[in-house]
Write a protein that binds this ligand. Structure first.
Ligand code: GUN
Ligand code: ZN
Length: 427
């Protein structure tokens, strides 16, 4: 049966980086989203939809804001339990905190416990799609896909491949990485709402042979996304230069092994050379901005507005647990703060677009998720724009929807998430 959700609505029909931001979305003070069979059927003024669909059950959210569920384009679900680990920059942080934790995912029971916990936390924060790294263990991939399938969420994940510069017990080989990835891909890719991403962790932890094996797998399955990390920290870039003396730059370590293409997702991508920037734009690969992580691990300022202006496709992500949050609200706030440090104030429309349609387009899933529009899957978040006294008193002064939503972007957390829908179903 059809259901009509009523509240304020913001429906993006364009990219707010490519036009005056406020023109990219249509706001309804009393809007409606008609949902049937897990899909959005209509979006518009509540009165019109009520009149046109008198049989639909009505759920009235008052002046709460109905948005597409957030799309978190780069996370590490296995890092859930070690988020907010103190005091280290990237390489030491990996060795001291991350690798020991990832070692535990050889145990399928632990892997599923954390997979469930991750999805609990992320859904509570209004995120309905995540793109996750797993660990080298196939069990970790089984765990997150099994948990996601049971909840009906659209999720992308892949076995993280590493065959060097990682501890004993956390290394695979070029052949086993290829075989395991292929088997998992064939089992899970395209099953219900799940997709497989080919996932070499980053060049420092893969031999050229392993990168080539991943490239070969991608050639066999070009519709899969390929996710990795690129140019996150300057020490990391210097290390890549030592490890790959023949490469022109960091991107070339991927490019030379078949790991550059339109379905690539490069996390961080902060310190890019002009050749790397141009080549990525030319190919149409996506960059994933991880602002809380880039501040937390001390990586630097990604010049997001400049990259958007140069035509790059960009998604937004928490990078849990290098990022310090599970919340895409907090992540939008960090994107705003990092923008300010680069002298660009991102408009609330741009922040909300990055967290929804922008990330969905980065995943090449813009025709399925990330917008309020007919035919798009009914993954929704309903935000209370006055969820705490501090937010409420500021929002009370707002002159328009952008001023009304900005305090929640900057100060909101899971208390602002009034309701979450996954394929139309209440979480
Ligand atoms: N680079 C390689 N692995 C990781 C990781 O787990 N987190 C972050 N932030 N960067 C990485
Ligand atoms: Zn990452």
């Amino acid at each position: 049966m059809a259901e009509l959700l009523i509240g304020q609505t913001l429906a993006f029909h364009g990219d707010p980086f490519a036009m005056p931001p406020e023109d990219a979305a249509r706001h309804e003070t009393s809007g409606g989203v008609l949902v049937e069979d897990g899909v959005i059927r209509a979006v518009g003024p509540a009165d019109e939809l009520r009149a046109a669909h008198p049989q639909a059950a009505v759920t009235d959210h008052g002046d709460a804001l109905i948005l597409p569920g957030f799309v978190d384009a780069h996370v590490h679900f296995p890092q859930t339990a070690m988020i907010a680990s103190w005091g280290k920059r990237l390489i030491d942080w990996l060795n001291l905190y991350t690798f020991p934790e990832e070692m535990r995912f050889a145990d399928p029971a632990y892997a599923s416990e954390i997979a469930e916990r991750y999805l609990d936390l992320t859904l509570a924060n209004g995120t309905t799609t995540a793109v996750s790294f797993c660990t080298i263990h196939p069990e970790s991939v089984e765990a997150i896909f099994t948990a996601a399938e049971a909840r009906g969420v659209r999720l992308v994940a892949g076995k993280t491949c590493m065959d060097r510069n990682a501890p004993e017990g956390l290394r695979d080989t070029p052949q086993s990485a290829y075989d395991d990835s292929k088997r998992l891909l064939e089992e899970w890719h395209g099953r219900g709402r799940l997709s497989y991403a080919i996932t070499p962790r980053f060049s420092p932890t893969s031999t050229p042979e392993q990168l080539a094996a991943m490239g070969a797998l991608w050639v066999e399955h070009p519709d899969c996304l390929m996710q990795t990390h690129l140019s996150e920290q300057t020490d990391e870039i210097a290390w890549v230069r030592e490890l790959f003396p023949e490469a022109r730059d960091y991107l070339d370590t991927y490019e030379a092994h078949g790991l550059l293409g339109p379905n690539a997702l490069y996390g961080h991508a902060i310190h890019l050379d002009p050749r790397e920037r141009d080549r990525i734009a030319e190919v149409g690969a996506a960059l994933i901005h991880c602002p809380t992580s880039n501040a937390f691990i001390g990586s630097g300022l990604m010049p997001l507005a400049k990259l958007k202006a140069a035509g790059h496709r960009i998604g937004l992500a928490t990078d849990t647990g290098g990022g310090s949050s599970f919340s895409m609200l907090r992540t939008m706030a960090a994107a705003y703060e990092i923008g300010q440090l680069s002298r660009t104030a991102l408009h609330p429309a741009q922040l909300l677009w990055l967290a929804t349609a922008g990330s969905a387009e980065a995943l090449r899933m813009g025709d399925r998720i990330g917008r309020l529009a007919p035919g798009i899957e009914a993954d929704l978040v309903v935000l209370d724009l006055a969820s705490t006294p501090a937010i409420a008193q500021r929002a009370a002064r707002a002159g328009d929807i952008w001023e009304a939503v900005f305090p929640t972007i900057m100060m909101g957390d899971d208390r602002a998430v009034r309701e979450v829908r996954v394929a139309g179903n209440k979480v």
